[in-house]
Design a protein around this ligand. Sequence first.
Ligand SMILES: Cc1cc2nc3c(=O)[nH]c(=O)nc-3n(C[C@H](O)[C@H](O)[C@H](O)COP(=O)(O)OP(=O)(O)OC[C@H]3O[C@@H](n4cnc5c(N)ncnc54)[C@H](O)[C@@H]3O)c2cc1C
Length: 575
Amino acid sequence: MLFEFDLIIVGAGGAGLYAALEAGKAARTAVISKLYPQRSHTGAAQGGIGAALGNVDEDKPDWHAFDTVKGGDYLVDQQAAVILAEEAVQAVYDLENRGLPFSRTPEGRIDQRKFGGHTRNYGEAPVHRSCYAADRTGHMILQTLYQQCIKNDVSFFDEFHVVDVIMDGTKITGLIVFELSSGEVHIFKSKAVLFATGGFGRMFKITSNAYANTGDGPAVLARAGIPLMDMEFFQFHPTGIRGMGILITEGVRGEGGVLKNRDGERFMERYAPTLLDLAPRDMVSRAIMTEISERRGINGDGELDDYVLLDASHLGAEIVEAKIPDIADFCRTYLAIDPVKEPMPVQPTAHYAMGGIPTDVNGRVTTGKVLYEGLYAAGECACVSVHGANRLGTNSLVDLIVFGRRAGKHAAGFVKSADFGHIPEGIEQKWLDRVHILKTRKGNGPGNYYKQMQDIMMRGIGVYREESGMAEAVEGIKNLREEHKTVRVQDPGKNFNTQVLSILELENLLDLSLHTAAAALNRKESRGAHSRNDFQQRDDKNWLKHTLTLVRDGGVEIDYSPVDISRWEPKPRKY
Ligand SMILES: Cc1cc2nc3c(=O)[nH]c(=O)nc-3n(C[C@H](O)[C@H](O)[C@H](O)COP(=O)(O)OP(=O)(O)OC[C@H]3O[C@@H](n4cnc5c(N)ncnc54)[C@H](O)[C@@H]3O)c2cc1C
């Protein structure tokens, strides 16, 4: 079938839904989502959304912007960070007005908790900045926004999976979409498309990310020839449940939880004397891995299984049940541990993609040299860049709301004077043929390839990196991309054939793994989440620049673009 809308938003997480609310007022807008909207990963966010409301401590947006820039190890575009911090305040009040049930102070204001890297007066001490709804902040955001979208008659296409873009040169003219229930392939024609497809942590073995986080948006656009930005920067969150990767929010440390090694020592005192357990995530993850490699971790079954302890038992049952009830439940369910009484075993878990589709502050996709007409991106799949080399906790939810809103607004304005572009006749046939080939060729199912990719990425592109491991990862992923060309769908059915989609998702993850591994191998310095044993220092002279990667003919082409450092001069990071 052929569908026609002025603007199509791909993704119904926080970024997509906020953009839809904004754009739906002014343009014929549709949201396409491979999941039911309420199942988007935004719903898993626990700890909070950062904004300098100053409800508990004195706070200012300028301090928030500075912390964001410093936390990102100065790879952040600084004017974008200023916009993020300034617009965060109104964004949180907008959410409150739309009905989000925030946790409250005794006086009835939105309560705020401490979070890693967020400080008072440019680094003096931790500040209460994260607005939260217990440890279900993302869930509440998603429910609030979805209800508002329904109320405002936004059109949804749920369980529709975007498999390709239709471009006319550098202008987007439509999308090719696979409908899960029927197995039909549809064309969606539009004047503008906004990608909000979320992250891609599933390329790693241990991850906090949902199964659907396969980076479809960036992968599809990269295959259409649009370079991706800063893909080497993938964040490991310090506290995933040992062996499983399920997230234990930083909010636990924000409420006073403490990391300890096998000797019961509060080891962060040695790594970040001022902020201690509330240092930025890259630093805390490295501290944990150093403790483990120097044999002060707790021994598991092998090197990837060693862990440290996160102790919240001194907080008391009342705080645990009121402030982190879901975390307490996870621990009881998955570990048979009650955090009120015992510490939680944790290890770093692959969590957040700082890199992605390059955009300006209005969500328009651009490399600085080329502007792609009618094409927008927002949320985790985009790289504005406000997170630079390392995102601060609570800054993703702000990013979704602030830049989702800006992108939706700009796109709605753009389509008013734009025309529909050209859709070549019979373009969907290529995809019908592709599905037919997937079902009829000889080869194995996708399961084993997933496992191999996740092992390779975990080993080579983890918290600490070195030349030989990264080179092995690049080669390993290149080989897997070749082998993947024989992978076969074993289920011949048409309806609800999730295996077809799983193979397409695997292809996306393999492509993005290659971008990530090659960009990491290329960057010869340590900055933020990219930490090399062979180049341990940050090198602003040679590497204060964004990476742009493009995969062509199996090889990776690398280019660069400048970082906006117009506000604060880069300094060494101390916490
Ligand atoms: C466990 C966990 C806890 C977190 N806690 C916090 C926190 O406390 N604070 C914070 O700031 N950040 C947190 N984060 C990060 C933050 O939640 C995410 O970065 C953010 O929610 C991503 O939102 P999004 O709108 O970009 O994408 P998502 O919410 O991931 O939504 C992606 C959407 O894209 C759709 N989609 C994807 N591919 C396709 C396709 N091919 N076709 C059609 N639709 C598609 C999906 O259906 C989905 O609707 C957390 C992340 C995790 C994993």
